[in-house]
Design a protein around this ligand. Structure first.
Ligand code: DLL
Length: 433
């Protein structure tokens, strides 16, 4: 099977380490001289660019977290001047402030190449018609996938999200051969196709799914229902967007584009490197980024790494399917949500008590969100109509805050369990193994 960039994807591990070491030195030098925040951060621990002589010095560098991006909102971590930035993307933040990232033209070219490499891994090339049904806009999914498909020479159909009927009509009429969307949305599409009796009238052979946690079982269900080969694609806006890693036809882990992104797996407790194969937090250092290069960015995503060669011929390290996150960020229908966003929205309202519980479930493969909220006693003596009105109002406020529809259930004071230690605001009933 074709490999898009054999020179980079099949290097010996020794050659790759040399390349990564060189690029790391350059990237550290670049951020030191172009990002004041990083310069100060390095100076604080007594580091100068010359102290980083190769991969062996990586651990000397301080970590970067989402908070660093928030503290420097919106452009404080940008290393390139605005005149070189050709695109901005953003993802949701805890306090209404988004984390903002910027790309130079070269960043976009590298991103496109990474997505093209991923597509090639999935057997998708210029003879394919690919429906991109990730959201287009500030979210990196739609545009990131789109540029990669074009770069592969395939035909892109920029569907975005939100109109399943039209998507299915076009899937049939255009003989689409591949689709890129969240796994839960694809299962919804599959069920809609089953209901309309169209499931055997489609020509898809590949589905490239990601942006949210999912299980091997879901992957198999998609394959069975749609008769496709289904792949897992990973990325995060801070590092690039989709295409940081993707699995191949052997489905034994997601190949990291290691010549551009240097992965580490660290212990959740000590933040020190742990042996390959053990579960820990994934950390990335960008090696070639110009717009917003990040040093040792803590993704909070939990996985393990395998650096042995893959049957597909690629030598790049593979990360295992994600086992969850080490913070409280929820990924709901592909959207990143922090419980504190919901809390802040609730507490703005009159009559709402500071006790709530977010119950997440997966029904028919779609995430459902119920927010149970304690409200003052007086609302329960009012007419049912008043309660309904309040419910709708809260639903509206939460939707504005997180961009997702939720179901609100009002409960009487002292109904929700009180925590004795750290308060618990989320019950996630989804299973991810
Ligand atoms: O979700 C980028 C993306 C778009 C990836 C399309 C794949 C496909 P963010 O919105 O910044 O970026 O969210 C990143 O989503 O840290 C993970 O927690 C989660 N995530 C992304 N891909 C996967 C995956 C995009 N394949 C956050 N499996 C990440 C599990 C994933 N979780």
């Amino acid at each position: 099977m074709k490999i898009w960039n054999e020179a980079k994807e099949c290097m010996s591990r020794d050659e790759l380490s040399v390349l990564q070491g060189e690029r790391l030195k350059k990237q550290v030098n670049y951020v030191y001289h172009n990002v004041e925040y990083y310069r100060k951060k390095m100076q604080k621990v007594g580091l100068e660019p010359g102290d980083i002589r190769g991969l062996e010095d990586l651990e000397k560098l301080p970590f970067t977290t989402k908070d660093d991006l928030r503290d420097t909102y919106p452009f404080g971590l940008f290393a390139a001047p605005q005149s070189e930035i050709v695109r901005i993307h953003a993802s949701s933040g805890t306090t209404g402030k988004a984390t903002v990232v910027g790309y130079t033209r070269r960043d976009i070219e590298i991103w496109s190449e990474c997505v093209t490499r991923a597509l090639t891994q999935c057997g998708v090339g210029k003879n394919d018609i690919v429906q991109v049904a990730y959201g287009y806009g500030l979210f990196t999914g739609g545009l990131g996938a789109h540029y990669g498909v074009e770069n592969a020479g395939a035909t892109v159909v920029p569907m975005s999200t939100g109109n399943t009927k039209k998507l299915i009509t076009m899937m049939k009429d255009f003989n689409a051969t591949a689709i890129m969307c969240t796994p839960s949305y694809l299962l919804h599409i599959a069920e809609t196709l089953e209901e309309s009796g169209d499931i055997n009238n489609i020509k898809l052979h590949a589905a490239i799914c990601g942006a949210e946690p999912w299980t091997e079982k879901m992957r198999q269900q998609i394959e069975e229902k749609l008769h496709v080969n289904c792949f897992d694609i990973y990325g995060l806006s801070e590092i690039m967007g989709p295409g940081v890693a993707c699995d191949c036809i052997y489905h034994k882990g997601l190949h990291v584009q290691e010549d551009h992104f240097l992965p580490e797996i660290v212990s959740r407790d000590t933040l020190k490197a742990i042996p390959d194969g053990e579960l820990g937090e994934l950390v990335f250092t960008t090696l070639t980024k110009e717009g917003i290069p990040l040093i040792r960015y803590r993704t909070k995503d939990l996985t393990s790494i395998d650096r042995t060669p893959c049957e597909c011929g690629r030598t790049t390290a593979r990360i295992a399917r994600f086992k969850g996150r080490s913070d409280d960020m929820l990924v709901l229908r592909g959207v990143n949500v922090f419980p504190s966003q919901i809390e802040a929205a609730l507490l703005e309202m009159d009559g709402i008590l500071p006790h709530y519980m977010i119950v997440v479930d997966r029904v028919n493969n779609l995430d459902t969100i119920e927010v149970q909220v304690e409200v003052e006693e007086r609302f329960f003596s009012d007419e049912i109509k008043e309660l309904e009105k309040l419910t709708k109002r809260i639903e509206g406020v939460i939707k504005t805050a997180i961009g997702l529809a939720v179901k609100v259930k009002l409960v009487e004071p002292k109904t929700l369990a009180r925590a004795e230690g750290k308060s618990v605001h989320v019950v996630d009933n989804r299973v991810f193994d």
